[in-house]
Design a protein around this ligand. Structure first.
Ligand code: PCA
Length: 159
């Protein structure tokens, strides 16, 4: 079992959340909401309008997201889905709990307490991405107008 913090298209209400609850990918349990202790630039980039957390601690914003408990199978699925290690890298990060689902993981964490979970960030970004607008709470359907495009809806030759 592992804990994963998601801040992008895997959050509730976002276009890839259903993949975490597809039991053929493994098991997932929602534990609560949190924000990163460190600031990071969260940008929307590339032809698919993908949210990327650039691994530049100290720049940008504390990032809001959700913590899930996943089994090994789901962790492997997520690593594969997120293109680890070329596209994103999975690292352990400190998180400040906002709301915890009481007892979900056999323990209760108070709002404001610090915990740790894996998240997907990238060191393999294009230099110009550091100049893009940053967000603190990703929403694919937000007024930035940069709705995430499912990879399988694009022609194969576009990369
Ligand atoms: N999926 C992962 C990383 C970025 C994305 O869209 C997430 O939601 O955390």
């Amino acid at each position: 079992m592992a804990r994963v913090f998601v801040y992008g298209t895997l959050k509730k209400g976002q276009p890839n959340n259903y993949r975490m609850f597809d039991t053929s990918n493994g098991k997932t349990e929602f534990l609560g909401t949190a924000k990163t202790v460190e600031k990071f630039p969260l940008v929307i980039a590339g032809i698919y309008n993908v949210p990327y957390l650039l691994n530049i601690p100290g720049q940008g914003n504390q990032i809001h997201g959700e913590i899930y408990k996943v089994d090994e199978k789901m962790l492997e699925f997520l690593d594969d889905f997120e293109g680890v290690p070329t596209h994103y890298q999975r690292t352990l990060n400190k998180l400040e709990v906002k709301e915890w689902v009481a007892g979900a993981d056999g323990e209760t964490l108070e709002p404001g307490s610090i915990t740790e979970a894996y998240l997907y960030s990238t060191k393999t970004y294009k230099p110009e991405w550091t100049k893009l607008p940053t967000y603190d709470n990703y929403d694919s359907y937000g007024d930035h107008g940069l709705k995430a495009i499912p990879a399988n809806s694009l022609p194969a030759y576009v990369d």
